[in-house]
Design a protein around this ligand. Structure first.
Ligand code: PAP
Length: 338
């Protein structure tokens, strides 16, 4: 058999295996613990200690079965609502800065950041099962560390992880799911959502376990993993952007520093700039499928501490208490209210 027909047969086999996964998926779902997904549209299912919507879980399993990481792949990892959209924009702007040195026609001015970097469990599996755009060696995922496809770990891929005060992530998620709730249905109350969040039932939750899964892995391979705190990046983005460029193996040269390139990337990717662009005010992300949503849902307030406008002191203390228990003994910020 020549190599072309062999690779064709291999592809057919992979397709059939994916179809089998699809056929048995509904059956498989019915065996998993299930809970309310904060919107009447989807329930959440517990798989390997993490809660997923079915749409994403199908992709997670396919990624675990088929994804082949390249050693040069760099993964943007996060628990939802921790600053993913922002980090994607910054990472994309850093690695493509030579190609798009003319900022007036930069792709981020007309493309939502989520569409600049493939999302592993949605965009990559089911096609070639590898990252095809070597020019931009970036991929993103919300999968917790312990469930990542094996080739990401064995391939020694670099990982950038962003996390955020769980109180702000919770409030952000509550607003986001309201956008997914059909107009004729009632959105879950903040109190009900808090109950679910505290018992770990949230999109890719439990929030704390997700952060800890990466934090523990970083202790074993610190050179492969960069941790960024949303709050630090919001307060002082320039050092974070430079640190990220160094970590990705693309440090800014002296000439670039002198020309202010790092600051230009900060400005391009700022909440104020991105949220004011037409594409992010009027466009729609994944209009073709169940997870389709308006781009503006990814740009709400971009603030540190917006939880104070939503949570009572008792609600905040409940979240802080879990944070103290879970993050105690780590060097993660405590995020507790004073
Ligand atoms: P995702 O996991 O669904 O992709 P993610 O981007 O992680 O969401 O989180 C969205 C939050 O990041 C929103 O926070 P908020 O609800 O508290 O406002 C969003 O506003 C914020 N965000 C988006 N882009 C930026 C940015 N460029 N700078 C700072 N914050 C941002």
């Amino acid at each position: 058999m020549d190599s072309i027909s062999k690779s064709f047969e291999q592809k057919e086999e992979e397709e059939q295996s994916l179809q089998k996964t699809n056929q048995s998926f509904e059956e498989f779902l019915s065996t998993l613990p299930r809970d309310y997904g904060w919107t009447p549209l989807f329930d959440c299912y517990l798989y390997q200690g993490c809660w997923y919507y079915p749409f994403f879980l199908r992709g997670v399993i396919a990624a675990q079965q088929h994804f082949e990481a390249q050693p040069t792949d760099i993964f943007i990892c996060s628990v939802p609502k921790s600053g993913t959209t922002w980090l994607k924009a910054v990472a994309f702007a850093i690695v493509t800065r030579e190609k798009y040195s003319d900022l007036s026609s930069h792709p981020l001015l007309s493309t939502m950041p989520h569409e600049c970097i493939p999302f592993l469990e949605v965009d990559v599996v089911g096609k070639e099962h590898t990252n095809q755009t070597a020019e931009v060696p970036l991929l993103a995922t919300h999968i917790p560390y312990h469930s990542l496809p094996k080739s990401i770990i064995s391939g020694g891929c670099k990982i950038v992880y962003i996390y955020r005060d769980p109180k702000d992530a919770f409030v952000s998620l509550w607003h986001f799911t309201s956008k997914l709730t059909p107009k004729d249905a009632t959105h879950i109350s903040l109190e009900e959502a808090l109950e679910l969040f505290c018992k770990g039932v949230s999109y890719y939750g439990p929030y704390w376990d997700h952060v800890l899964s990466f934090w523990k892995a970083r202790k074993e391979a610190p050179q492969r993993m960069l941790f960024l705190a949303y709050e630090e990046m919001r307060k002082d983005p320039l050092p974070c952007v430079k640190n990220l460029a160094d970590f990705m193996g693309q440090p800014f040269s002296v000439e670039e520093e002198n020309e202010g390139v790092p600051q230009k990337i900060v400005d391009l990717c700022s909440f104020e700039n991105l949220s004011d662009l037409d594409v992010n005010k009027k466009g729609k992300h994944r209009p073709e499928n169940a997870a389709g949503i308006e781009n503006r849902a990814f740009f709400r307030k971009g603030m540190i501490g917006d939880w104070q406008s939503h949570l009572t002191p008792d609600m905040a203390e409940r979240l802080d208490q879990i944070t103290r228990e879970k993050f105690g003994g780590t060097d993660l910020p405590s995020y507790v209210s004073d």
